[in-house]
Design a protein around this ligand. Sequence first.
Ligand SMILES: NC(=O)C1=CN([C@@H]2O[C@H](COP(=O)(O)OP(=O)(O)OC[C@H]3O[C@@H](n4cnc5c(N)ncnc54)[C@H](OP(=O)(O)O)[C@@H]3O)[C@@H](O)[C@H]2O)C=CC1
Ligand SMILES: Nc1c(N[C@@H]2O[C@H](COP(=O)(O)O)[C@@H](O)[C@H]2O)[nH]c(=O)[nH]c1=O
Length: 473
Amino acid sequence: MVDHGMPCVRRKHFRGKAITALRKAGIIVDVLGEDTVGDRAQEALEACQYVNIPLLYTATHQLPFSVLKYAMTLDGKIATSTGHSSWVSSKLSRQRVLETRGRSNAVIVGGNTVRRDDPRLTARQENCHSPVRIVMSRGLDLPEEANLWDVSITPTIVMTQRGARNDLQKKLASKGVEIVEFDFLTPRDVMNYCYDCGFLSVLWECGGTLSAPAISAGVIHKVMAFVAPKIIGGVRAPSPVGELGFLEMTQALKLSNVSYEQVGPDLLISGYLYPIPGMQVDAPMWEEAPYVTGSNDEKSVIYFHKTWGFFGAFSTFSPHPVSMENDGKRISWHSVEHYYQAQKFNGVKDRMAEKFAKDIQAADCPEKAAWLGKNFARQHPDLLQPDWQQRRTGIMYEALAKKFSLYPDLRNLLLSTNSRLLVNSSPFDVYWGCGRNGMGLNQLGKLLMKLRAEFEAVEIVKLHKSSIPKYSG
Ligand SMILES: NC(=O)C1=CN([C@@H]2O[C@H](COP(=O)(O)OP(=O)(O)OC[C@H]3O[C@@H](n4cnc5c(N)ncnc54)[C@H](OP(=O)(O)O)[C@@H]3O)[C@@H](O)[C@H]2O)C=CC1
Ligand SMILES: Nc1c(N[C@@H]2O[C@H](COP(=O)(O)O)[C@@H](O)[C@H]2O)[nH]c(=O)[nH]c1=O
């Protein structure tokens, strides 16, 4: 395929003509399975897949392949507490970043990075491709003069919210900067925009304020972290990823296909937040049993997540009200999710905790109940009911048992899954779901399978009883 002898997979519809044409043009073409066989063919196939990663991700996710890159000190800071960050990583590491920029269609930073660093974000190579620079700024409180407004080398696009600082918009537009307005600026909207532009790979060089919502939105596929053997300290010094709302280590996002490379004095750690399409997940950091990948037979697995899916009723968000007993009183809940979230504060003798539980109960949809429950817990972990972490699985099980007992159709649907593995495929939840790389704990799936086994046991007893011949003396 390429002039330095790297092989490539041949597709049937290319058979013959393209290969001959390339060879005639003096390009060395190795055909897997013909010129390259055995272990080398496998290696070559992997090499091809790595080369094509942006294309594979873009095709699979319908979003450009996105890499979050940052340079941090050994104590996890990307700048000092004053925001000074030049430089955390070595010259050699920064050179690597320039090369990565040269292979990217766009580089994204947030408003703070522009205000603090006045970056150029070019690839700094003569006659070489430089990516389009994208600035995400909601308030548009950006300087009138900045390196990024010089578009003579490569374009700059400022993405903002409708109506933000029209005066500055005009000034920037007059310098040749493109302005794109969104009703509400989110990382996903920006990535959809990039996808529509035909971009295949995007490099995020922002700070933690923007990287966190980008990760939460599921638009970051790979992380490149340069770790410099330096310590800067500072409780307010920024870190590479801001608030993700996680409460326990089990929620940590685990990277797969991780590589470690020394670059000058620094260590470059790279890995994938989503499995590389078509490649086996290799997760060396995974210490718990990878429940979901336990079965090789895809047909034996039922994935559920969104309520509108075929098995959507398995989701705790499904609109099946449940009435649960509490202190001798029966209380009705709009969904299992409402009940579960409110239980976080149940029984806590505190007016605020009581109000939290009431607000969650009154939430007009399960999504709102989940959002409220998670936020309250994050802001007031002191108000969680004692031993919540230990008790929550049991609480969820009680609610599920009630839901599937109340609705015979749901019970039948659950029983119809026989012995198939049930997996909550939520990419954002590594406790109740399998997480984005399929390795989460899948607690919801496990509870449903436990419940199914209980229902089956009841069915067997019923069948047994009905098959005992009655004495008709
Ligand atoms: N060592 C390293 O690798 C790097 C270090 N840095 C350092 O980090 C610091 C800046 O990082 P940080 O403060 O986190 O800033 P970011 O670069 O993450 O920018 C945050 C800004 O992004 C804009 N934004 C647009 N949309 C959103 C959204 N949906 N959610 C959140 N923000 C959004 C906002 O701009 P607005 O306020 O304009 O609306 C927000 O203030 C600087 O000190 C810089 O030197 C930065 C990058 C890399
Ligand atoms: N501080 C820091 C980085 N910072 C990133 O590089 C940007 C500056 O790019 P430029 O103006 O083109 O040189 C800056 O705004 C931020 O996004 N990168 C790194 O590889 N290592 C570092 O130590």
